[in-house]
Design a protein around this ligand. Sequence first.
Ligand SMILES: NC(=O)C1=CN([C@@H]2O[C@H](COP(=O)(O)OP(=O)(O)OC[C@H]3O[C@@H](n4cnc5c(N)ncnc54)[C@H](O)[C@@H]3O)[C@@H](O)[C@H]2O)C=CC1
Ligand SMILES: O=C(O)C(=O)Cc1ccc(O)cc1
Length: 368
Amino acid sequence: MTEIPCVAVVGAGLIGTSVALALRERGTEVLLSDRDPATLALAIELGAGIALPDEPGEPVDVAVLAVPPAAVGRTLLEAQKRGLARFYTDVASVKARPVLDAMDLGCDLRGYVPGHPLAGRERSGPTAARADLFLGRPWALCPTEASGEEAVETVAALVRACGAEVHRVDPVEHDQAVALVSHGPHVVAAAVAARLENAPQVALDLAGQGVRDVTRIAASDPGLWVDILTANAVPVAEVLDAVAGDLALAAAMLRASSTARSDVAEVITQKVGDLLSRGNTGRARIPGKHGGRPPRYAHVQVVIPDSPGELARIFEAAGHAGVNIEDVSIEHSPGLPVGVAELSVRPEAAETLTAALRDRGWSVPVLS
Ligand SMILES: NC(=O)C1=CN([C@@H]2O[C@H](COP(=O)(O)OP(=O)(O)OC[C@H]3O[C@@H](n4cnc5c(N)ncnc54)[C@H](O)[C@@H]3O)[C@@H](O)[C@H]2O)C=CC1
Ligand SMILES: O=C(O)C(=O)Cc1ccc(O)cc1
């Protein structure tokens, strides 16, 4: 496997810091930069690497440009001007536009291998970064005709070092594909969530897991996403037109069914059923078990009363049991006297933690 001893990451946000943390775990030296000094300081504090010196030095093996799509071309040009790296890649969610920008700006394309990890989160910045973000996830590499073979091999080795799987795709084909599986769904999630903006409190109180699942990505940074969507405008518009067509038909059928004779209403609702069945088929085609992310942590769920200090007591109990809590999230429905804390721990510690919490009287459901 190609060795990558030293990498530079330009843009120390969610993706840049996650790449840096993943590579640090493998012993790679990482030099970080960000135009925002506070972001850079935070990424360094999190152990993602050290600051890239202002003065140019020896080129690193690979520079990862983890900036918004519209900034990729210029960032590549500046990095190449200072001789930052032997090879360059980016992580932008669109590929054709940054490649065109790089060409227009006169960048050297031989060492540049455009890339895109299909893994992310609805949060931005280094504090949301995770070393395991890319484990088992697809990562598109879209070499241009100018990309050299050594550049492609070295960037592919970096992707694998992050735990991801390389998929070589043409940039235009990539953009059409992600319009369907990422960018279109993002706008649909935002449109569903936007319905809740002025929703009555009673509706919000009744919100269950379904609406949370459908709208999770609607919590993402609008500024970044406007950049992504406008850089992939036509393919995304085509997906949205198709979704809008299905929705318009469903709405028309439902409205007609409410006033139609029962035999006609049955035919009409069948049309709605057809859409739901097509949805079942499409959903089943998404790679699941085999294409999914292998679990790194076990999750222990604890039912917690909504009272001050309860979470602190759980952490204390975990500490007494010698278990380190790697992550925690809390699911809480307003108005209910209890919530559920999900504690992420190393798999070998899950049993100890479960026993310790049950001993102290907490309810720890068995997870299937
Ligand atoms: N958010 C996600 O889930 C995913 C994002 N991406 C792509 O990764 C890239 C970065 O996105 P995130 O990490 O989510 O955003 P982020 O907002 O967390 O991080 C971007 C960082 O780049 C810095 N930056 C912006 N322009 C810069 C410049 N010219 N020079 C140096 N630093 C600069 C910002 O200060 C910020 O810290 C984008 O191109 C995005 O399309 C790819 C996969 C998933
Ligand atoms: O949060 C999620 O599940 C995502 O799917 C995030 C995401 C956002 C942008 C990308 O280009 C790729 C992945």
